[in-house]
Design a protein around this ligand. Structure first.
Ligand SMILES: Nc1nc2c(c(=O)[nH]1)N[C@H]1C(S)=C(S)[C@@H](COP(=O)(O)O)O[C@H]1N2
Ligand SMILES: [Mo]
Length: 196
């Protein structure tokens, strides 16, 4: 087994400094019933319909683990965390988008939303995480499920994710509508929509 916090393998990306993990978000923490948890997939789907992926769907998919820091666009990064869950690519395969729908709005149970490209969503390290460091997520950490996209800034990954909607064009989530970057790739320091 690899150590949980293999910080040596996880250098800090440009412009980030490490700080301990203290979950933060706007609004109250929803207390969600895990048995009734579901992810609704809609918008420009391949079959034109809506699919509800429930807890049983999730359990039927292969377990995946990814070790990654959480990089906030405001320049702090957590120590490496071992996220556990299922790959977003596997979820997307169960309810695929129309051929030309390259953008996905990820919405949380309490109003928060973020828009990502389909390519970023199906990145092999992208997870629908239910666990961290071997434990189920706490409500503050996003239980019953949060999107973890390690190559993008943290704002692209809603905690308490409830809906996934395919679109032909980029959408404005919460931070995108406040000037933050539509793509938000950490290695390229894509922090703000109008940089430089
Ligand atoms: N539902 C929801 N998800 C959210 C947020 C939020 O406010 N609400 N904040 C985002 C931001 S800006 C970051 S950096 C990470 C922070 O995750 P943490 O609270 O586990 O540290 O969650 C992201 N997901
Ligand atoms: Mo953030």
């Amino acid at each position: 087994m690899r150590p949980v916090h293999a910080a040596d393998d996880q250098p800090l990306p440009p412009g980030q400094r490490e700080s301990s993990w203290r979950p933060m978000h706007y609004g109250r923490v929803p207390r969600l019933d895990v048995e009734r948890w579901s992810l609704t997939v809609g918008g420009e789907t391949r079959d034109g319909g809506m699919t509800v992926l429930d807890r049983a769907t999730l359990h039927a998919l292969p377990w995946a683990e990814v070790e990654a820091r959480l990089h906030c666009v405001a320049r702090t990064s957590t120590p490496p965390l071992r996220w556990g869950g299922v790959r977003m690519a596997d979820m997307v395969a169960l309810a695929p988008p129309a051929a030309d729908a390259g953008h996905v709005l990820l919405a949380a149970a309490r109003g928060y939303a973020a828009c990502v490209t389909l390519a970023d969503l199906v990145h092999p390290d992208s997870l629908l995480a239910t666990h961290v460091d071997g434990q189920p997520l706490t409500p503050e950490q996003g239980w019953p499920g949060r999107v973890v996209l390690p190559h993008l800034y943290g704002f692209k990954g809603p905690k308490w994710v409830a809906e996934l909607t395919y679109h032909h064009r980029p959408q404005q989530g919460w931070w995108e509508s406040h000037g933050y970057h539509p793509r938000a790739r950490v290695v390229h320091e894509e922090r703000f929509a109008h940089q430089g």
